[in-house]
Design a protein around this ligand. Structure first.
Ligand SMILES: *Cc1c(COP(=O)(O)O)cnc(C)c1O
Length: 353
């Protein structure tokens, strides 16, 4: 089978080792002669998986004491709503940074809970940079931002400075680089960008949030429900959690987040160096705000498109067509994408004339 260089923006590439182990568990999980798809989520074998998944999240992200980790469903898109439900308090007002399609959707949900102060936005520039120089109001219950803008290829290089509680949608760069969890009150991430297959959503929450004066939260949307029941209030997405656990085990085996961060920086360095030095290509995002996960770029001469598309397809590259709202190309370099795949893409870019 020819190797496919998978640049999919999500669901994303996973390590071959993980895919193989995941496949085996579908046939025979833990030597039980049963599939992982047909056992109780309350069986000791699966409870062990859940415990290990939560423990690995805590270990790999160095989650400090006083925080809880849980898995829920609904994707990051339900996270937009759950952020508001769980974080809104006496101010009945929230602050948001609008840095892309996903932020915009999060802002839409925040309006269900009161006023929304969009304190910084790059919408006017088709989100090609991260807004700076904003002031965080003190009369808001929380500030929300999207750490990596999957569609537009921008990424916060620093955590925003704030004295109010901080909430982050980390869907597309969690586990890709070191973060100081203690700066956040709530982090959420859909699994399918950098953690595992679609179907599980990770929540990391400061326990103190549960003690605040909050609004009435429907049971399933209350993160405390899932924390208190160890992510087993109802049937959890067993398989996505299992595969995420395998992937986190794999991440640990290669040296954890710091080792992965080095690889990710190397991949981004190689690709952006080509984008910047090759006159046939141009980066879309402001240089200082470029994402190490999703690189967006265009051809400087549109007439070369058919030829370039033919060349990368012939090189077994998959998934680099840009999102319709940006056009051009987007190379998503999630954790499992090897450096060698980036070298193949750069080789194709160099060969274009
Ligand atoms: C993909 C993505 C989402 C949407 O995730 P779903 O799990 O499909 O709801 C939200 N935020 C970011 C940053 C994303 O990359």
């Amino acid at each position: 089978m020819a190797k496919v260089h998978n640049y999919s923006a999500g669901p994303c590439i996973l390590p071959q080792e993980v895919i193989k182990e995941a496949a085996e568990a579908v046939l025979n999980f833990d030597g039980l002669n049963l599939s992982i798809l047909e056992i109780s989520h309350r069986s000791p074998n699966f409870v062990t998986v859940m415990d290990e998944a939560v423990a690995l999240v805590k270990e790999l992200l160095e989650v400090p004491a006083g925080y809880s980790v849980c898995f829920a469903q609904g994707g990051a898109s339900l996270g937009f709503l759950m952020a508001g439900y769980n974080m809104i308090g006496d101010h009945k007002k929230s602050a948001y940074l609008n840095t892309g399609t996903w932020s915009d959707k999060a802002i839409k949900e925040a309006h269900f809970f009161g006023d929304v102060d969009v304190i910084g936005s790059s919408k006017e520039d088709n989100y090609n940079h991260i807004p700076k120089g904003y002031t965080v109001p003190t009369d808001c219950d929380y500030l929300h931002y999207t750490s990596n803008n999957t569609i537009f290829g921008t990424q916060f290089k620093e955590v925003p400075n704030t004295t109010i509680p901080l909430v982050c949608d980390m869907s597309s760069d969690i586990f890709s680089k070191k973060v100081d969890i203690s700066k956040f009150d709530l982090i959420y991430a859909g699994a399918q960008k950098n953690m595992g297959p679609a179907g599980a959503t990770l929540y990391i929450i400061k326990d103190e949030v549960f003690t605040r004066n909050r609004i009435k939260i429907p049971t399933m949307l209350n993160i405390e429900t899932h924390v208190k029941k160890d992510s087993m209030f109802n049937t959890p997405p067993v398989y996505p959690i299992y595969v995420s656990m395998l992937n986190l085990r794999y991440l640990k085996s290669i040296g954890g987040v710091p080792a992965q961060q080095k690889i990710n920086e190397e991949k981004a360095r190689i690709l952006y160096a080509e984008i910047d030095s090759n006159p046939l290509f141009k980066g879309v995002a402001a240089v200082g705000d470029r994402s190490n996960m999703n690189a967006t770029f265009v051809l400087t001469d549109e007439s070369k498109q058919a030829k370039f598309d033919e060349m990368w397809k012939a090189a077994n590259i998959s998934g680099i067509k840009g999102h319709r709202s940006v056009g051009g190309y987007r190379a998503s370099m999630y954790n499992a994408l090897p450096v060698s795949s980036v070298q193949v893409l750069v080789g194709v870019m160099k060969a274009l004339d």
